[in-house]
Each structure stands twice: as structure tokens, then as C-alpha cells.
Design a protein. Structure first.
Length: 80
């Protein structure tokens, strides 16, 4: 699932507009002010673009996208 990890990092780097998230995949992106509720739509669009998955904002929780590691776990569950 290494490709999925890279895709998750790529998506979050684009959303957060920083590559610093690679240094700490457990950083709470919301607490750090890197993502907010409006980021959800952009995350969905990038998931659809990069993975071809069709998602709704209700398909994931704030916790699913709060850290890169949580996001990776979320994507792994959707791709299986």
C-alpha cells in the first residue's frame, strides 16, 4: 500500500500547502490550522481525481482527515 501512502501525502500536501506534514504524519492538521471544514470538499475532489473513488462529505469524519496517518487508514479501508 506504499502507493496509497504517497497519494495520501500528496493530497494532504496540496490541501495544507506544505510538505512539512511528511515529517509528522500524526500532526493534528485541524489543530495546526492546516485544514478546516471547507477543506473537505477539496479532499473529496482530489480523492476522486487520484483514485477514482466517488465520495460524499458524509463518507468520512473529522477524525478520518485530522492526521495523515488517519487519512491513510481511511483510504485503505475505501480501496479494499
Amino acid at each position: 500500500m506504499e502507493d496509497l501512502k504517497n497519494i495520501a501525502f500528496d493530497i494532504m500536501e496540496e490541501i495544507c500547502e506544505t510538505d512539512e506534514i511528511r515529517e509528522d504524519p500524526d500532526l493534528d492538521l485541524m489543530d495546526a490550522g492546516l485544514i478546516d471544514s471547507l477543506s473537505t470538499i477539496n479532499i473529496i475532489l482530489l480523492i476522486e481525481d487520484k483514485l477514482g473513488l466517488k465520495l460524499q462529505p458524509t463518507d468520512f469524519t473529522k477524525e478520518d482527515i485530522s492526521t495523515v496517518n488517519n487519512f491513510i487508514s481511511f483510504l485503505e479501508g475505501k480501496v479494499k
